[in-house]
Design a protein around this ligand. Structure first.
Ligand code: A5P
Length: 238
């Protein structure tokens, strides 16, 4: 059991997550390169993409944002590209932990923030899938900010992160530090509401020992959000 940031009503949310994945299939190309996100919502998308590949014989290859998603894709019959890149990704489907009206995100609840950010930056179109419990007026209001740090000197790095962003816990799993796919730790930072996410992201990235912060600013093209009233598609403006 990991001390992952808490989420409520998992069963209800799962139905909505599935609804977002179903709606997102409208953006699945017939051929090309797709990015596969990480988490329970992305897992629904992977399952549906695999079904379409099998049913329609789509010419898709994928880049996965975690070992878990790579394994899920491989088991479902989605061919994967080499991990090393470079890639030209047409569209990536991923989840998020918190989303603002500007479609800025906190990600990393599943610990895959680094690979997610690399794949996001390599994608021509980023489609983010969330249930409406993830919507927020300001990032940091609902979710702790994950920050991936290297193990060497991590407590020193945490001191510097704390001075900038707030207190944090090192994420743990079964009594041991949670280790990312890249061999690093994750700090979950109690930032409180973040006024200027882009500035905070840049400042965190300048701290030696910080690998990546889970702030995704202006990185979403389309948001697919599901609530009890149905599924809505929002496009980032500007
Ligand atoms: C993985 O590190 C995260 O960024 C996920 O995309 C995020 O936690 C969303 O997860 P769920 O789809 O499981 O809510």
């Amino acid at each position: 059991v990991c001390n992952l940031p808490e989420q409520s009503n998992m069963r209800d949310e799962d139905r909505l997550k599935q609804a977002t994945a179903e709606a997102a299939m409208a953006f699945l190309p017939e051929s090309g390169v797709i990015g596969l996100g990480t988490g329970t919502t992305a897992r629904h998308a992977i399952r549906l993409i695999a079904a379409q590949v099998a049913a329609k014989g789509l010419g898709l290859v994928a880049v996965a944002t975690s070992r878990a998603s790579a394994q899920a894709a491989a088991e479902a019959g989605i061919p994967l590209l080499d991990e090393e890149g470079p890639w030209e990704i047409d569209v990536t489907f991923d989840g998020a932990d918190e989303v603002t009206r500007e479609l800025d995100l906190i990600k990393g609840g599943g610990g895959a923030l680094l690979r997610e950010k690399i794949v996001n930056a390599a994608s021509a179109l980023n489609v983010i899938l969330v249930d409406d419990s993830k919507l927020s007026d300001r990032l940091g209001q609902r979710f702790r900010l994950p920050v991936e740090v290297v193990p060497f000197g991590w407590a020193q790095t945490r001191r510097n992160v704390q001075a900038l962003a707030g207190p944090s816990e090192r994420r743990e799993c079964d009594g041991s530090p949670f280790i990312t796919d890249n061999g690093n730790y994750v700090l979950d930072v109690h930032t409180g509401p973040i006024d200027t996410p882009a500035a905070l992201e840049q400042a965190l990235q300048l701290i030696p020992g910080v690998v990546v912060a889970g702030l995704f600013v202006r990185r979403t093209d389309l948001l697919v959000v599901a609530g009890e009233e149905g599924v809505e598609i929002r496009r980032r403006e500007g």
